[in-house]
Every structure is written in C-alpha cells, then in structure tokens.
Design a protein around this ligand. Sequence first.
Ligand SMILES: [Mg+2]
Length: 329
Amino acid sequence: MRAATGSLLGLAYGDSLGKPTEFQEYATIVARYGPGGPRQLVGEPALVTDDTQMALAVGEALREATSITPGSLEPVLRRRFLEWAASPENDRAPGMTCLRAIGNLADGRPWARATQADSKGCGANMRVTPVGLMPGLTDDQRAGAAQFQAALTHGHPTGLAASELTAYAVFWLRGGLAPSGLLAALRERCAEQRKVYRGDWLGELWHRPAVTSPEEFIARGWDECAAALDRVAEALAGGDHTGDPCLRTGAGWIAEEALATALYVYLVSPDEPVAVLGRGAASSGDSDSIACLAGAFAGAALGLAAWPADWQTQIEYADRLFRLGRAWD
Ligand SMILES: [Mg+2]
C-alpha cells in the first residue's frame, strides 16, 4: 500500500492546501472555498512551505546517518538544517525559532547552546513524520530521534513530547492501528513516558532555573500534551464538527496544539482523507502545519491510494518525496 509514500505525500498535500489559508480568518477561508475548505492543489508545481522542506531535511538526514544515534545524527541534521536555511527556496514564511536556532548552529556551537530553550512552537513537530516512517528502529531510537530532531531548535519539553507523539501516531497508524484506538494509545504513551528523560540524546538540556531534576523537566511536556489530547477527545465526543477546528483544540502555533488539532481534523473522518486535508486547511490558526500533520496521519493509515493520482506530478518536491517514500515503503 506504500504507506511511507502515502504519508509523505499527505504531508506535502496538506501543507500545500494550507499554505494560502495560514494567515486567513476562518470566515474568509469559508467564503472563498466553502465549509469543506480547499480541496484542489493549485499551481504547477503546487508549492509547499517550510513544513515539507524541513520534513524532507529530517528524512534525508535519517537516511544519510550511518546509525540512528545522537553522535551520527547530530552532524547530519545540523548540515541539512543549515542547507535548508541557506537555500533560495527558504522563502515560505519559516518560523522564527528555526531561523534563530539554525543561525546559532551555523557558527559551529554545540546544539544545546544553539537551541531556543523556551520555544515549543510547532516547527519541530511539523517535520518529525519521517522519524515515524523509518523502518527498523528500536523504541529508544524512534523516541530519541523524534525528541532530538526537535531539541536542535526547540528546547521546550512540550516540543519534545509532542514530536515523539506525532512520530508514534504516524508509526502506529502505518502499522495498522485502528484510528479509533489512536487517542487512547497516545494518552497511554504520555503516562508511560512521563518520567523518562532521554539523557543519552538530550544531555543537559533539562538544566533550567528552578527545575530540580530531568524527570521534572520532561514531565511538564508530557502533561501539557496529555491535556491537549484530552481536549481532542472532548471535541470528538461533542458531535458537531462544523466550524473552525481551532476553536475546539487550539490554533496550532504551539506544538501540542498542532498535534491536537491535526488529530481532531483527522479523526472526524479518517476514511475521507481529502476531506481531512480540507478541514485542516479551513482553520483560523497554523493551517499548513495542521493540514500537513493530518495528511501525514491519513496517508500513513491508507497509503498512496488515499490521494488523487494526478496530484503526484503536481506537488513540489515530488522527486524527493517519492525517493524517500520508496526507500521506506
Ligand atoms: Mg509552514
């Protein structure tokens, strides 16, 4: 079913559909596209944003690294992020946290002194999907790499936990978990991992004023994510899924809300993937990031057949997306 390709394309399609709506009000979006939101790719190629560009950077770094360990992954991720930042195609309204942190990485300093320690912007979460798709990783490698790729730019514990949960959502859906079981599985992960600080990956990142232990540091991240997942459950139980999804589960500018609102728009209709993308893009908040994560979930579960075939040649970076997907399908 080519789940890796389906997930990466879903990510790019959602990103592209959400690109024009990211900075628009919900009423403006609905007036233009109808209540279902945008459902047609526009342009030849249909452009994506930094979300897809950085997801490709992470995915290609994972393939290039000789092993999935902090020592092997760090220099490769650093170089891929620097190449992205310097690229003339880095003109898609990228997040300030990424630009600042990567600017710091450029002078060669250790990543822990480059990262934006207090940022939990969704910029690390929107690019983590490849960590969920790469086959053959141990649980420690998948969780560690998900948090580590976040930590290079976003040092807040909620950014780390949300990235791990996003990677696991993709991984589990691809492995056949029923969407109806996804929220409970993620909620359980929050409880299990609450006191697990991955020191071999994160080093002394936890050292902050007034934080007394690594467990205290990371527990805050898991707790904020757990609260966001509870809001998704409430929103789904509410029954009426019309209107701006950001009013129910958050605008998505921060990591746990991007995860929550993407999960919400996906779980409303997991068997209608194009409707999922439109629902994510028709949102008042960070529409491209919400729709890209929702698309990654739908594609991981349904595979390449989830998407209209003619989009495959229309989407920007189709060659790189297919190359990465083919390696992991
Ligand atoms: Mg973007």
